[in-house]
Design a binder for this molecule. Sequence first.
Ligand code: ADP
Ligand code: 5GP
Length: 205
Amino acid sequence: MKEGKLIIFAAPSGSGKSTIINYIMDVFNGEDSEDESLNEEEGSSKLCFSISATSRAPRGTEKNGVEYFFLTPEEFRQRIANNEFLEYEEVYTDKFYGTLKSQVDKQLSEGDNVVFDVDVHGAMNIKQAYGKRALSIFIQPPSIEELRRRLEGRGTDAPEVIEQRIARAEYELSFADKFDEVVVNDNLEVAQVEVESIIEDFLDE
Ligand code: ADP
Ligand code: 5GP
């Protein structure tokens, strides 16, 4: 069976990356998806979300094994010691995030295309490991002020967490030109359609 491809998303927190990923998963995997025919003719074109592990606490309605595998910092360190991660980062102080090799290998070997939501370093590392088999997409907010408005509007993070995320955003923005594609998420619908078309082209290659 043909092995799957990798689609990597990164963006400063609050840029709209999860919103865009959810849209993409619906479009490519939804019931009326045109890609159903592809599944039969050319092997799977299904998109699977790579579930990362993290040592941060669940947010809002998040559930273990759905958005993330939630681990204690000790469990996370143990898995680092066991060499279980394809890549991992301490994105915020004491908040580890990482991609488990076992997860990704299983999904790719089943022919699924795997979608990653990772920080900028994770994106660079996965791209380097998989080269042309991977597509890296940076979702850029229109401005830092708008990023703050979105994080406040989302209403899921305490004020000090929002400050942490804003403080990191400038740094993350400096990575944009290292990505295969940069999409500015100003008007959500425009950004979603742009990302959809980029992914269609990549999967057709
Ligand atoms: P991220 O995954 O990058 O942290 P989210 O997808 O959670 O970001 O989006 C952050 C907030 O901004 C959410 O409340 C979302 O509904 C909102 N949002 C996303 N895209 C836009 C947009 N283009 N314009 C206005 N609000 C947006
Ligand atoms: P959040 O706490 O908002 O879910 O995620 C914070 C940041 O960690 C985001 O930039 C997200 O993309 C990143 N992240 C999530 N999972 C991983 C991962 O497995 N590896 C890396 N390097 N970053 C991740």
